[in-house]
Design a protein around this ligand. Sequence first.
Ligand code: UDP
Length: 323
Amino acid sequence: MKVKRILVTGGAGFLGSHICERMVNQGHDVICLDNLFTSQKINIQHLIGRPNFEFVRHDVTHPLWLEVDEIYNAACPAAPGHYQYNPIKTMKCSILGAINVLGMAKRCNAKVLQFSTSEVYGDPTVHPQPESYRGNVNPIGPRACYDEGKRAAETLFFDYNRMHKLNIRVVRIFNTYGPRMHPFDGRVVTNFIRQAIQGEDITIFGDGSQTRSFCYVDDLVDVIIAMMNGPDSFIGPVNIGNEGEFTIKQLAELVVKLTGSKSKLIFKPLPADDPTQRKPDITLARKHLGWEPKIKLEDGLVKTIESMRKLKFEDWRPPTPNF
Ligand code: UDP
């Protein structure tokens, strides 16, 4: 095997830390870069001290100067509560982060994979969403800092590819869950499990009829790595996620059942611009990468509940006020 020098921006975050772990275990030389705004060192503490792992505390909105062969560009707050905390910074993270990473990739002639998002489709009017759908994003709403930032980052990736022949990959990630999510990230899976474990009311926003499709982290990490290592003729953007679509109310009921909790479901106002439905069309990922998500929601939730039961919530520093 050829040992590669791999940079993972946002490497201490939920998805980034799983990528770092896989790459370290494969024997590559891994640099994990993170400013630890929404992530914590606890996610990578098992890697610190390994000879092929290095942690750099740095903010990707400032230029980077490293020598690497591959870059996984995962740095950006991704939970609505986190990315709306400082929306200007969120947009800088996506756009300046992309410019810095792409500039560096051009200098090193590195291959670079962008962690994009299903949020590029906004509140979609086409269902399920294929990559060819151009989306329905409100450019001035509370989610725009993330949605438009990620859209602009995709533009930059494709322009670097066209102008400088940079070897790029773009994946559009749909809702993903699993161990190492921040327990106070305010997202639906973490909120519901934390509330159920602690016997608090489960907060459903709106009437709970909105849908999401949830992918377990191991399936997602498999396909991200497959995309990085896939043919140069297939650069994306490619949807990655699980096709199983559930209403938020169904998710709440499932979490209550699996935790054996006595928590009650309560209903709170729906946040502005909250997408009413979301489900990936993963035909392209199947065709080009031979990928199929394997882990069913119930099985993934059991693993996530198990890992969240082991967390000491008080050890987690909230990046934003706890919800
Ligand atoms: N949601 C909810 N209760 C919560 C947190 C989220 O009902 O405590 C809803 C939220 O309004 C949205 C869905 O769950 O419709 C998914 O929200 P999340 O923040 O996980 O991510 P999104 O897919 O909206 O980016």
